[in-house]
Design a protein around this ligand. Structure first.
Ligand SMILES: Cc1cc2nc3c(=O)[nH]c(=O)nc-3n(C[C@H](O)[C@H](O)[C@H](O)COP(=O)(O)OP(=O)(O)OC[C@H]3O[C@@H](n4cnc5c(N)ncnc54)[C@H](O)[C@@H]3O)c2cc1C
Length: 415
C-alpha cells in the first residue's frame, strides 16, 4: 500500500460498534472490575476458577452484538476497524477482551482453525470457541531452548500408525490453567531432517488426553492470571492423525499466519491501557496537592502528559497503518509494519504507565490502583509474541532489502 492510498477511517458499521462498545465499557465492564478483583483476591493466587461476573459480561456483550469481532469472516469488519475496538477493550485488559470473545490466545487459535482446520476440527473446536463455551491454549515455547527462534523447538511429534505421539515440555502456555481450557495447539517437530522451516507441525491435543500434565502456573512479576501461563509436560501423548492442523511441516508458516493480526490486536489493546494510564495521571494530578498546589500545575507533570500523548498517537498511527496494510495487501506485505508496531507499542505503554505510577506515588506501586499490574503485563509484552530484538532483526532485514527513494551520492546503480 502506498502512503497516498492510506485511508485510516473506520467503516460506519465499526463506528456503530465502537459507540456500543464504549457504552458497554462505561456501564458494565469498568464497574465490574471491583467484583472481579474481589473474587480473585478471596480465591487466592492458586485458584483458576472463573469469577461469575465474566459470564454475565459475555452474555451482555453477545446481546449487544459485540461478539467475535476479531475475525473478519464472522464480524464483517476489517482489521483496521477492529483495531479501534481492540484499543477500547484494552482499558480493561482482564475483562473486556474476554467479554467480547476476543481474548488471546483463543482469538489466534480461532484464526488458525478458521484458516487451516478441517471440517471436523472446526466442528469440534472452532464452533465452541466461537460460542465462548470453551477456551484453548497455544503451546510453542519450551523452557529448554531459546524459543524466540521457533526453529529450536524440540518437542517431538512422531507418527505411529494412525496416531501421533507427542513428547516434550512447554512453558508459558497461556490459558492452560483455565478450567474451561479444552484443547491445546501444540507445535513440535515431525521431521527434524527436513529443511529448517519445514520440520515443525501443529497438532490439536485435547486437554484430557492421557500424558498431558500441567506442571505449574508461572507468575508474571509475581502476578498469577486467572487463566494461567503454564508449564505443561507431554509424556507420550497420543492423538489421532486427524488432529494434525494444516499440513505436516506447515507449522512454522501457520504460526506466522496466526501472528500478524493477533500482534496488532495486542498492540491496540496496549494503547487502550496506555490511554487509561494517561487519563488516570491527569485525574490524579488535578486533585493531589503538594507544595501549595495540584500536581498538574508542575511543569514536569505537564511535560510527562504531553510526552505520553505524543507517544500514544504516534504508535496508534503505526498500528493502524499496519492493520490497513493487512486488509489491503495481506499479512506478508504488512509484516515489517507489524514488527515495527510490536517493538514500539509495548515501550510506549510501558513509559506512559511508568509516568502514571510516578504521579501516583506510593499508591502507584500498590495494588490499590491497577497501574502496577498494567506495568508488569506491558513489560512482559516486550518478550511475548516475539522479543523486541527478533522483530528488530526482521525489520532491519526488510530495510536492507528496500531501495532508497534517492540515489546516494558517490554510489552508482541500484543496490
Ligand atoms: C506473559 C507471557 C505469555 C506468553 N504466552 C505464550 C503462549 O501462550 N504460548 C507460547 O508458546 N509462548 C508464550 N510465551 C512465551 C514467549 O513467546 C517467549 O518467552 C518468547 O518468544 C521468548 O522466548 P524465550 O523465553 O525462550 O527467550 P529466548 O529465546 O531465550 O530469548 C531470550 C532473549 O534473548 C534475546 N534475543 C533473542 N533473539 C535475539 C536476537 N536475534 N538478537 C538479539 N537478542 C536476541 C532477547 O532479548 C530475548 O528476550 C509467553 C511469554 C510471556 C512472558
Amino acid at each position: 500500500m502506498t502512503d497516498q492510498s492510506l485511508d485510516l477511517r473506520i467503516s460506519p458499521k465499526a463506528a456503530e460498534l465502537q459507540a456500543s462498545l464504549i457504552d458497554f465499557m462505561n456501564t458494565a465492564v469498568l464497574p465490574a472490575e471491583t467484583e472481579y478483583e474481589a473474587y480473585r483476591h478471596a480465591a487466592g493466587p492458586a485458584d483458576h476458577s472463573v469469577p461469575p461476573v465474566v459470564d454475565r459480561l459475555k452474555e451482555q456483550a453477545r446481546v449487544r452484538g459485540l461478539w467475535n469481532l476479531f475475525l473478519p469472516a464472522e464480524s464483517g469488519i476489517t482489521q483496521l476497524d477492529y483495531a479501534t475496538l481492540a484499543e477500547t477493550t484494552g482499558w480493561s485488559i482482564e475483562l473486556a477482551p474476554e467479554a467480547i470473545n476476543g481474548k488471546a490466545p483463543d482469538s489466534g487459535n480461532m484464526e488458525l482453525l478458521h484458516l487451516f482446520g478441517t471440517a471436523d476440527q472446526r466442528d469440534r473446536w472452532l464452533s465452541p470457541l466461537l460460542d465462548g463455551s470453551i477456551r484453548s491454549a497455544f503451546a510453542m515455547t519450551e523452557p529448554a531452548v531459546a524459543s524466540s527462534d521457533a526453529t529450536n523447538v524440540e518437542t517431538r511429534i512422531i507418527r505411529d500408525g494412525d496416531e501421533y505421539v507427542i513428547t516434550g515440555r512447554k512453558w508459558w502456555t497461556s490459558g492452560a490453567a483455565d478450567p474451561r481450557c479444552r484443547v491445546l495447539v501444540v507445535m513440535g517437530k515431525t521431521d527434524p531432517s527436513a529443511a529448517t522451516h519445514r520440520q515443525q507441525s501443529m497438532v490439536l491435543v485435547p486437554m484430557d488426553t492421557p500424558g498431558v500434565r500441567v506442571v505449574r502456573d508461572v507468575p508474571v512479576f509475581g502476578h498469577y492470571d486467572q487463566h494461567g501461563h503454564c508449564e505443561v509436560d507431554f509424556d507420550n501423548v497420543r492423538v489421532p492423525v486427524e488432529n494434525l492442523l494444516g499440513e505436516e511441516g506447515g507449522g512454522f508458516a501457520a504460526a506466522q499466519a496466526r501472528l500478524g493480526p493477533g500482534r496488532i490486536h495486542h498492540c491496540m489493546r496496549a494503547l487502550g491501557a496506555a490511554e487509561r494510564a494517561l487519563a488516570m495521571t491527569i485525574d490524579r494530578a488535578e486533585t493531589r496537592i503538594a507544595f501549595g498546589g495540584p500536581l498538574i500545575d508542575q511543569g514536569t507533570v505537564q511535560q510527562g502528559i504531553a510526552e505520553s500523548r505524543i507517544a500514544i498517537d504516534q504508535a496508534r498511527l503505526l498500528c493502524k497503518h499496519a492493520a490497513a496494510t493487512i486488509d489491503a495487501c495481506g499479512n506478508k506485505a504488512a509484516a515489517p509494519l507489524v514488527a515495527a508496531a510490536k517493538v514500539s507499542v509495548p515501550r510506549v505503554a510501558g513509559e506512559v504507565i511508568d509516568r502514571a505510577v510516578q504521579v501516583f506515588g506510593g499508591a502507584g506501586v500498590s495494588d490499590d490502583v491497577p497501574l502496577a499490574a498494567m506495568w508488569g503485563w506491558h513489560r512482559a509484552m516486550r518478550i511475548f509474541d516475539g522479543p523486541d530484538e527478533v522483530h528488530q532483526r526482521a525489520l532491519a532485514r526488510a530495510e536492507r532489502a528496500r531501495t532508497p527513494l534517492l540515489s546516494l551520492p558517490g554510489r552508482s546503480g541500484d543496490r
